[in-house]
Ligand binder design. Structure first.
Ligand code: PLP
Length: 389
């Protein structure tokens, strides 16, 4: 077996902003799946779906081959289409909005809370119209959005809440786990996320009809899969709508199940790293962590700080370059989605969400992954201090 390369292509002392952990149990599980009869659409898919849904407290899981595919399936299942509007926070990964566009619906961007970068329910209220089909609530960085207020705003209006929970498995809102907060909750298993299947994702729901629809959608819109037909001794199937091949192979589900064993521990380790950051950043006046609402627990996919540009002696871009030059893999999550050329070309313009646009200029994502040590965090803090020297 080849040696594993934990540092990737980076120099020895480079601290990336995120890093997966692949252990012997993961490798064993993948090899077993590779040597089995089923590389895809086999028994491990359902096993992984059940195990991840159970972890999050949801009734059903639909495994797909990316978080983006989960969002796309969710948009189809809630019936977003041409003429419909889908409210999405301005600060998120583009996929949160793109999923609505795939289905011909129109994303409507809501501004964010300045101190958390979560979708601001007060701004959402003003954007709801008779055309609103869904709200995509993004659990930015790993902190859940304000679902109770969003529910209140959508009550009796037939508006669905889709949780983009890609950052937040293991977090809670008012004591309820992420995965139970939206009508559908979408997760990503990309390597920088909490657990990885290389690429992969899952949509969770308590509604069996939504689950059945998403299961069909991930399989070309066909009403049965290969294993079911084999069990029933039939060749016949019907394609009842236009779907996609969004299936997650068994080999990747095997990896996901092995990773899931360590998810609770990893969430705790991420919280410990966040505690270390809080201590280490205390007293660095030009660096402000984002706020954590008291009714929530955080899963810390990202550790995001705001730079006070009046106190730092450099811009965010210079701060980013300084950190990278000193071996700290800082990053920025995210530019307001509508400022990307694709959206500008479709009529969205600067000025739409002023808080998002302003705070975007100040944010930096610091390294955050379970294996980080207190010394790593102190090293990041030391370099951040230099930004005001
Ligand atoms: C908030 C958010 N939504 C959706 C996605 C899409 O997930 P994937 O990369 O698995 O397609 C990501 C991935 O980075 C994300 O951060």
């Amino acid at each position: 077996m080849p040696d594993r390369d934990p540092g990737g292509s980076h120099a020895q002392n480079f601290l990336p902003y995120g890093r997966q952990e692949i252990g012997d149990a993961d490798i064993k599980a993948v090899v077993e799946a590779l040597c089995s009869d089923w590389l895809t659409t086999g028994p491990r898919v359902g096993q992984f779906e059940k195990a991840f849904a159970r972890f999050c407290g949801a009734a059903e899981g639909v495994a797909v081959n990316s978080g983006t595919a989960a969002l796309h399936a969710a948009m189809r299942a809630v019936g977003a289409g041409p003429g419909d509007e889908v409210i999405v926070p301005a600060i998120t990964f583009a996929a949160s909005a793109n999923a609505a566009v795939y289905e011909g619906a129109t994303p409507v961007f809501a501004d964010v809370e300045e101190s958390t970068l979560l979708i601001d329910p007060a701004k959402v209220e003003a954007l709801i119209t008779a055309k609103t089909k869904a709200i995509v609530a993004v659990d930015y960085g790993g902190q859940p959005a304000d679902y109770a207020t969003l529910r209140m705003l959508t009550k009796d209006k037939g508006i669905r809440i889709v949780a983009d929970a890609c950052h937040a498995p293991g977090a809670t809102y008012m004591g309820c786990p992420v995965g139970t907060l939206g009508d559908i909750s979408c997760f990503s298993f990309h390597p920088v996320k909490h657990l990885t299947t290389c690429e992969g994702g899952m949509a969770l729901t308590d509604d069996p009809e939504l689950a059945a629809h998403m299961r069909r959608f991930r399989n070309h819109g066909i009403d049965s899969d290969h294993r079911k037909r084999e069990a029933e001794g039939t060749f016949a199937y019907d394609m009842v709508e236009l779907g996609y091949n969004y299936r997650l192979p068994d080999v990747q589900c095997a990896l996901g199940m092995a990773q899931l064993e360590r998810l609770p521990q990893w969430v705790m380790q991420r919280r410990r790293v966040a505690d270390w950051y809080e201590q280490a950043l205390n007293g660095i006046e030009h660096v402000r962590p984002l706020r954590l609402h008291e009714d929530r627990t955080h899963a810390y996919h990202l550790y995001v700080v705001r730079l006070d540009l009046s106190k730092a002696r450099m811009s965010r871009a210079q701060a980013f370059a300084h950190l990278r030059a000193r071996g700290i893999g800082a990053n920025v999550h995210y530019a307001p989605v509508y400022l990307h050329s694709f959206y500008r070309d479709r009529g969205y313009a600067p000025g739409l969400c002023p808080v998002a646009e302003r705070v975007y200029e100040e944010i930096l994502t610091l390294p955050m992954f379970p294996a980080m040590t207190k010394a790593d965090v102190e090293r990041v803090a030391d370099v951040l201090r230099e930004l005001a020297d």
